[in-house]
Write a protein that binds this ligand. Sequence first.
Ligand SMILES: *Cc1c(COP(=O)(O)O)cnc(C)c1O
Length: 436
Amino acid sequence: MRTPHDGEEPRRAVPRTDVLLADPRLAAATERLGAAIVKAGVAAAQERVRRAEIPPSAAADVALASLPATATSMRRVLNATGVVLHTNLGRAALSAAAVDAVGEAAGATDVELDLATGRRARRGRGALAALAAAVPDAEAVHVVNNGAAALALAAVTHAAAREIVVSRGELVEIGDGFRLPDLLVSAGARLCEVGTTNRTTLADYERAIGSDTALVLKVHPSNFVISGFTSTVPVEALATLGVPLLVDLGSGLLSRHPRLPDEPDAASTLRAGADLVTASGDKLLGGPQCGLVLGRSSLVEPMRRHPMARAMRVDKLTLAALEATVTGPATPTARALATTYGDLRHRAERLAAELARAGLDARAVDSDASVGGGGAPGVVLPSAAVSLPADHHPRLRAATPPVLGRLRDHRCLLDLIAVDPADDALLAAAVRSLAG
Ligand SMILES: *Cc1c(COP(=O)(O)O)cnc(C)c1O
């Protein structure tokens, strides 16, 4: 317990706010972060002086050290969960090329202007051209805010007050209580459910199709698997039904991925006869959150011109990141999928040895990683992890930077598949900080 000193008035000792804010380093921080954040840091430091946790002379240093790197309360974290596309961690990590592109587009930019003529030009034409070039099987492309918006725009444009025929095995909840059937109905379409949860045949679709059928919809089950006595109808067969076929891919692969042979991609799906495909930009494509629409011009163009398209318009930062994702070097998602078990095991052993030398109970173990809710359900990616005592799991969330692992068999696993190898040193430092 602290003993009060005779004659000392603790409040006197607290440095004044204006004096602290005049510290050149805190003044510079105010320029960079804004007054509110710096004042909050100063107030917290003053409170610690008041409680005699720090001497008055340390207030400025402590306030400075408490300030975030940027003016967002969002923190960069290390994804050591072993889930490559983790929805709670913002799904795909952007490539350095995409981050640079976002910086370039952040100020005034020619997003909707042709610099050669000085006239208005198609918004985001660079990103759209990149997407079209990446999927030559698509006659036309369009981009909206996310995958759900792409699907809703397709429904409101092509199936308002009409029917969408869909298999009962594909009525998907995408997360956080949001369900695709509800989305389609709220866009004004009626659903005609066919088949059963586990089996749907071409005859089921044939029987359901009538004069009021606007679309046949096939949804890729991107976050679950139905196994056992099952059957679904392939795109090739659905394309023979004589009704426009919309395929919601979800995962956003533009072309086949050798490691994910069962994951559908836009090019193959269009070649198989789909008239329209929709997908997310921040799943396996590895880009920013957005919704991709690819397919026949006769279906894409009315979507682009529909009044609702304006309410789903994608911003310039997203367009910049999307273009760089499609044309640029391999994304962090692609690199995670390309990493071999051998590489991961080697990194895990090196990190575990380093942490063990620092006195931690750390060892390298094998781990089962996954793609995540963004695609390839059920696919196990052989990976490696640093195994730590379970009590490290919550404490690592408070480290700098926060490290998100997962619990297995009463141990905290830090799976390396979704950690950039360039961040291994940062990961080790965050873990080591728990030892001290
Ligand atoms: C993820 C997903 C969606 C929703 O996409 P968002 O980009 O999250 O809006 C829709 N359909 C399928 C099949 C999905 O996997």
